[in-house]
Design a protein around this ligand. Sequence first.
Ligand code: SAM
Ligand code: SF4
Length: 429
Amino acid sequence: MNEYDSNRILDTVKKIGFDKTQNIDDASCYLLNTCHIRDRAKEKVYHEIGRVKKIFEFKQKPLVIIAGCVAQAENEEMLKREPYIDLVIGPQSYHKLNDKINEYINKQKRLEETEFDAVLKYDYLNKIKNSSSKVSSFLTIQEGCDKFCHFCVVPYTRGPEYSRPLKEIINETKELVKNGAKEIILLGQNVNAYKNEKYRLSDLIIEIEKIPQVKRIRYTTSHPRDMTDDLINVYNFSKKLMPLIHLPVQSGSDKILKLMNRKHLISDYIKTYEKLKKINPLIKFSSDFIISYPGEDSEDFDATFNLIKKMKFINSFSFIFSPRPGTVASKLDTINREISIKRLEKVQRQLFNNQIEMNKSLENKEINVLVENKTLEGNKYFGRSEYMTSVILDGNDRDIGNIVKVKINNSNQNTLFGEVVDKPEQRVA
Ligand code: SAM
Ligand code: SF4
């Protein structure tokens, strides 16, 4: 989501004459977009400011802006602690960014802006063209969260749940496809809780599917409780919705899920999994896992480990529990670090094995790949499989933006390697 936000911030500041530089030494303004989800987020910001100070030691100091969720959580504390910071702006206040920059330039007064105002923010952003021109483009449809899992800062940093109107999202999708987007990744902290008037995420997917230039649709991140039947049913007929479902379970133990305030059971999760597998056995799942949540004993951990083996999760994320300021779990006793690291390593080994097994199974097979760009070395191309796995291939400039058949010759844990065997229709015409 921060990548999407950063692009929208750039679209915004272009209106008052700023642009992106590839060379930090040239910058007259330095904007750091921050994430607060796990540990040391705050310290990383101050460390980064130290680095910027060094770069500009003998030069005109740039205007320094801290945006994102650390800005939201720390607000005026940042201005007090670090005089080098000029503006602090939370993620629901980006519509005020240009005014704040101008105010600073005119009055030299350091400012912080951390009101939650998602409606006004999008009213403003809707009037500014989204200039992102990537084959695979992010599009935020929902922000914030009302669920208050005990470990999570999102409800405090992104504010209450807000879903953008369907029409706005369709208009922005059309803008993105005009710029060359072929894959739309719908974003939200709780994307499948999307609800605006009578519309749910399922309605939105059906509408986006009608846009001919859109070839693939994905959405992330979902909550198991919001995996409703209308959304599950879309997999029955959608031709564009990809068969990888990112559905964070966090733990395999009902006891831990209850302590986390997740409000779902493992049996609910398995039911959803089975419904989707029944519709399409090729659907695969990825997930997020929090290891060593306070109270996790070896039995709870084994339940998580066994779930990972059983469900064969791929492309997943796992982290040791990180106490976040202001959350319920921040006051709980943490589990011994050494034990936590051992548990994390065991889980990650299994996740890697699942991934390697899946990648190996694709060797000598032909798969569909959406080609996104040329690699930095310049003689190969980069794309993604339907399951989001990176694919490096021998191709052609004209493959960029097209779905091509690729024969996989080789693989490692993270990447598939292959060659194009079937040219897209556009090439023949
Ligand atoms: N809304 C999604 C859900 O409910 O499953 C998750 C979105 S959350 C912004 C992204 C991921 O960060 C979570 O799934 C969780 O695994 C991880 N995370 C959040 N807070 C964490 C914490 N305090 N310690 C470790 N991981 C955390
Ligand atoms: Fe955080 Fe997701 Fe829980 Fe909301 S549902 S509090 S975003 S983990």
